[in-house]
Write a protein that binds this ligand. Structure first.
Ligand code: SAH
Length: 213
């Protein structure tokens, strides 16, 4: 086996052993080269199950966390999905393999521009990128069937809850501390919102306003 094939096998093994069992999620993550989303020195470590630094002081999430969040979101091929926190574009690419359309937003123009170039290079035609404060959602494009937030807020932002369709699902990290947060799933029903606590996680904070880069 080549080194690349072996790395990929270990990558998929790590995902499974951490609880990523959804076949569609595993298939998408098998197809996508995470190395394309990390630069320079770190590209070599793209197949390790670890978060890695990207530009603007942000991070590309740990692959098993990407897998678990995507799995918890229960994405179907009919879904219109909003991702808040484009970062490297990796999570958006995983979503784009599973959903009808993905709207992804980040507060750093430098990140959204780089991600947009990557989406074009990967010929992903169902991802649309925005530079904005994603805690307000994208009111012009709402409602969404699924919303995934990849930065941590103290509470689920009201505008995002409002932009979730009835029957829709939102997955996000919440918590007051910068070091430990809880991944939760919110399901919107006719009668209100159901909350499930999934697991402890650690994300960069959801910040207000646009970034300076
Ligand atoms: N999903 C990314 C990792 C996200 S890191 C990936 O797959 O690589 C979290 C991202 O959230 C950072 O890029 C940060 O700039 C962004 N972010 C933080 N607060 C935000 C806000 N209010 N609106 C939009 N993006 C935000």
């Amino acid at each position: 086996m080549t080194l690349d094939a072996e790395r990929k096998m270990q990558f998929l093994f790590a995902l499974r052993s951490k609880g990523v069992t959804d076949r569609h999620v595993l298939q998408a993550m098998e197809k996508i080269d995470r190395g394309a989303f990390v630069q320079g020195l770190f590209a070599d470590r793209a197949y390790e199950d670890t978060p890695l630094p990207i530009t603007c002081g942000q991070t590309i999430s740990q692959p098993s966390v990407v897998g678990l969040m995507t799995q918890a979101l229960q994405v179907t091929p009919r879904d219109k999905v909003l991702e808040v926190g484009t970062g490297s574009g990796y999570q958006a690419t995983v979503l784009a393999h599973m959903a009808r359309r993905v709207y992804t937003v980040d507060r750093f123009r430098r990140l959204t521009r780089a991600a947009e170039e990557l989406f074009a290079r990967l010929q992903l035609t169902n991802v649309i990128t925005f530079t904005a404060d994603g805690s307000h959602g994208l009111p012009d494009h709402a409602p969404f069937d699924r919303i995934l937030v990849t930065a941590a807020a103290e509470d689920p932002p009201g505008p995002l809850l409002a932009q979730l369709r009835n029957g829709g699902i939102m997955v996000l990290p919440v918590g007051q501390s910068d070091t430990v947060q809880t991944l939760i799933r919110v399901t919107k029903t006719e009668t209100g919102l159901d909350y499930d606590e999934l697991r402890p996680v650690r994300f960069v904070p959801l910040l207000e306003g646009l970034g300076r880069e």
